[in-house]
Design a protein around this ligand. Sequence first.
Ligand SMILES: [Zn+2]
Length: 632
Amino acid sequence: MRGRSPLPAGRVDLSVWTSEHIFRGSAVRDLPTVSDFAQSVKQQVDIVKIVEGYIRLRKAGATNYSGLCPFHKEKSPSFNVHAVRQFFHCFGCGVSGDVFTFVGRIENVSFPEAVRTVAQKAGIPLPKREFSSPEEAAEARMRGKLLDLHEAAASYFEEQLRGPEGALAREYLAGRGMTPDGIRTFRIGYGPDSFGALRDRLSGMADEATLRASGLFSSKEQGDGSQGPIYDRFRKRVTFPICNESGRVIAFTARTLESGEKAGPKYVNSPETPLYHKGEVLFNLDKAKSAIRQAGYALLVEGQMDCISLFLRGIQHVIATSGTAFTEQQVAILKRHTQNVVVNFDPDAAGANAAEKSIALLTEEGFNLKLVTLDGGLDPDRFIRERGVEAYTQAVMGARRQSDYLIERARQMFPGGTAEQKQKAINYLLPHIRRIPQKLMRDQFAMDAAQKLGIDSAIVREELRQAALKRREHIEVRTTALTEVERVLLRALAITDPEHEEARRTAADAVTRQPQWFEGLGVAASLGALAARGARDPMDVVEDPRQKARLAEALLAENEPPTPETVVSTIVSLQQRGIEAQLREMRAQIAEAERRGDFAALAILTQRKLKLDQALRKLRSGGNGSISGRNP
Ligand SMILES: [Zn+2]
């Protein structure tokens, strides 16, 4: 299991779908196919509910919800969900699809896995079925096994903490104010002083290769380059499970109880495994996410113990970075839940590398940041234990805007108020100011800095202007530019309501019988597919992503479906334009024939032109006989 798996499994919940279900394999060919099951799942779930599990949505119209797109960087919402037609579309990056497309993209999983994930979220029982490829089956089986192993390991460590071996660990935890309730909530455990206890416990569950892949064990490289026998990784340590967003254990971090040289590192963590990618997990997000939504912001701390301690005292919208700098994936995950963050890092750590990088990344991504400084240089865990919840809540309420915090810091770093110190202070602040994507906030920060540092604000503004010139805007907005004709035809062909069937049939008949009328349209390919869709969902029959995006755009704008009259007049105007184009061409050819003196050709061309003129007159006078199928 070397290298990174193509399907990061960190956030995929396979709780029902574990190894036993998965590997029936090809023996069960007569079972329903994935797409049969998918159809039935789709009919039972609401895409709005599923999407809301990942990002915040607001009602934006009678049938629409909108929010910030999770698939591209943006500041104002261009991501839409159509509640009636059950699809999503982003006007910013052009991504469209149904509930499975959404889950597949956001979880980065294949279609069958997306179907399973959605089914599970909706509590729909999964059929026993085969996978689309042996690799996929093996991959899923491996992850199912690894989840089972982690679950078993977590139970084992919990057991050990309660047993005689765990006495010292219990003492340590009690000393840190941890109650038995808290220990249960976070499933804190103890890895005993043994090289083989966990291995023996789990060896009946999986083969050696799988045990190695789990990251629960270590081994030493041998003289010949091979790996030696496996032994327990977390020994004589308090163990803290790390969970995915669905709350399943995917890794551990373990703290030593010993001090001094032989204790080894303070914390030992799971390595990267097919289940666990460190940079894609936020500690405690599984437990904090609903509280984050309610509070409207996330409280970000560094240590897992800080996080646990605050959570257990009722401050539940708290997550931890685990002491390393944020990754882009973590920021993207957090953004699905909130864009407001209050940071409570250790006072001396706020300037430290990892913390500074996290703050910089969050700023660049357009988060609203505030920073808490706790009195007495205490970390959040000690502060809340010594001064209580009330005092801690007060401190969080008093969090300063990032700009105020940084200006204050600049003044402390470069005191004295000489011209040289002021220049240094502004040089320190400029990169922070430039990083802010919103112009208004950037300007405000610049003005505050100039004022508080006693610098002419014109100088600061000029420096920023220079920086802005170099700034690249990373959002490229794709507009599909639908014409009114295209819009009407797409909407008519997508009608599913029997009440408006006549409009649909009128459009479908014209598209089927006279495809040449529609050839010039950008959506010609979609029209053909839609006209022949039968009872299938319109969004399902159009596969090309660009065509799909256009259809989504047309459907999101809909209020009432077009009437049969609108459809007819649209097709008539389309025909008119077609005839007009032919007439232009004809005139050019006639002029050319005249120039050559080719009277035979001239006679034929003039005859044709006459027919076109007649057809055009007939269309203009409102006769729409040609709609029913006669070519002009
Ligand atoms: Zn987008």
